[in-house]
Design a protein. Structure first.
Length: 364
């Protein structure tokens, strides 16, 4: 979450605007402000919180007592803020018109007299709930001759959030206090900005308190980081243990399932062996058996096969005997008529009353 700029009640401060000497360096401003504050403050400088704002050669000095600045809220409550400044420090960086103008916050009402963009007079009171009475009191303090109801007013709302280099804030302008006091009144809103480095000079918090708080914050942050790391480390350890447990259980379950599947695996292995054997048988032997079955389907009883030779899956040679050459020729003709045979031929010879033959068959 981004830090905010906390605004303090202007009624707690003495405000004086002076011109800085030409050539005054940034590092010399704190001493210059302390010296100037001693001249206009009714209290000893060591009892005052001091801050300042610089615009050109004009310097607005803010000085106030601890008990007045932090009367409604302890200083420790502002430690977390990026800075704690008088609200008027923001107004100092706004382009306020010359003349008299009321500057209102949620805590205070101030009357500023401006000439050539330089603040000449500044007085502020704590808001009482009756803004008209507060305005009249301020006009009297400032010896203003202008009717308070006709004096313009601008107001600022909080919180104001800075970025890295500047603090932006919005002012709402009304033509008069009377218009601003009307129910449901709405003014002309304008946005202004101030450099963070310059605005930080108006921070009135105790620097030693901020330093101590910074060290405590570092220690607390380190402790919180360590405390946050403990459950994270425990969670990681727990996750690792759970992972190991489930891994072991998974291995046990896997071994159990493998043991159950072992008989089926052996059966599949045997079936694979049978399949391999059948494949070999089908590729060679089965073709031979089928070829002989085709040829034998039309063989008469008078013919006997003595020997077969399969030269290729389609070419078969058969040697055998028959009671006569006529029966051999009839057999060859029957083979030719078989639709699964493309060619058939025979050679025969008669020896001692028996016919020996060699038949060649070509299957489709």
């Amino acid at each position: 979450m981004a830090k905010i700029v906390s605004t303090l009640s202007d009624s707690a401060f003495f405000v004086k605007t002076i011109d800085a000497p030409a050539g005054l360096s940034a590092k010399d401003y704190p001493d210059f402000v302390d010296t100037a504050a001693e001249t206009f403050s009714p209290f000893p400088i060591e009892k005052l919180r001091r801050g300042y704002a610089v615009r050109g050669n004009s310097v607005a000095i803010f000085a106030g007592l601890d008990e007045r600045i932090f009367s409604g809220k302890p200083e420790s409550d502002y430690i977390a803020s990026q800075m704690a400044i008088p609200a008027a420090a923001l107004a100092f960086y706004a382009d306020l018109p010359d003349g008299e103008i009321f500057f209102k916050t949620d805590k205070s009402l101030a009357l500023i007299s401006i000439d050539s963009r330089k603040w000449k007079k500044f007085n502020a009171v704590k808001l009482s709930g009756d803004i008209i009475s507060d305005a009249r009191a301020l006009a009297k303090m400032q010896a203003s001759s202008t009717e308070p109801n006709s004096i313009p007013l601008c107001s600022i709302s909080s919180p104001i959030r800075p970025d890295r280099k500047k603090v932006s804030f919005e002012l709402e302008f009304f033509s008069s206090l009377k218009d601003a006091s009307s129910p449901g009144a709405s003014g002309d809103k304008k946005t202004f900005s101030a450099p963070v480095k310059l605005l930080a000079c108006a921070d009135v918090r105790d620097k030693s308190l901020l330093k101590t708080s910074g060290k405590s914050k570092l220690k607390n942050d380190a402790l919180m980081l360590a405390l946050k790391a403990v459950p994270v480390a425990f969670a990681l350890l727990l996750i690792m243990q759970v992972a190991v447990y489930f891994k072991e259980k998974s291995l046990e379950n896997l071994e159990s399932e493998l043991a159950k599947l072992e008989p089926q695996a052996k059966l599949v292995e045997k079936q694979s062996e049978y399949a391999a054997e059948l494949a070999v048988f089908n590729s060679d032997k089965l073709r031979s058996i089928r070829a002989l079955a085709i040829i034998n389907s039309t063989r008469p009883d008078e013919i006997s096969f003595a020997r077969t030779l399969q030269e290729s899956p389609k070419d078969v040679e058969i040697q055998g005997t028959s009671t006569s050459v006529g029966k051999v020729n009839e057999f060859v003709e029957s083979l030719k008529s078989n639709p699964e045979i493309s060619q058939a031929s025979a050679k025969s010879e008669v020896n001692r009353g028996a016919a020996k033959f060699t038949i060649r068959v070509k299957l489709k």
